[in-house]
Design a protein around this ligand. Sequence first.
Ligand code: ZN
Length: 199
Amino acid sequence: MWTEIALFFCGAVIGHLVPRMTWLVLPRFESWNQQFPPHPEPIPVDEYLTQRVLNMRTFNRLSIVFAMIPLGFGLASLVYGSLGLGLGMWMTSCWTLLARVVGLLDKGSPWNIEMAQELQLVRNSSVSEDRCCNSAMPVWQVMAVRCSACNEILLSRARPDLGRPRSDGFVKGTLRLILSEGHPLARSASAEHVGKTLK
Ligand SMILES: [Zn+2]
């Protein structure tokens, strides 16, 4: 009985983690992050950032493919092996699959096309005539995109996880990411302070 319960939890953890390996592990290699300052420093709003947001979106969508692995093994375990392990894997991977398919509409995802477009708009504004100041340099801080020269808020959007290796260590950082699903932990800065670029 207890063994089955332990196996169920074991299966549930595997079924939960395997589909998330795409964005939890893949973007965090050092060679993928050389153009970015270390976490949690502000990240410059440039073409690399826009590309990273789009890559994170792709990695997140790949979870659908990765969810098939515990789904298959879970089913096999249900039929031929341990009921607890199979049920655990099957339930969590089914749940992830469902959540990701619904998330294909981009609404619930921490990384989406609108985000990349908004960042691009900020970039365009920072070199246009009505930029915030003469040495405009947009950076994405935890709470919002601000100009690092004049500190004006250019985009009121809290920063999600961007795939950089975590400053709080592998175990603590990964645990935080699993709980937050990549969403920002902080709420975005007040919209009333949004700078003239988006008015
Ligand atoms: Zn400025």
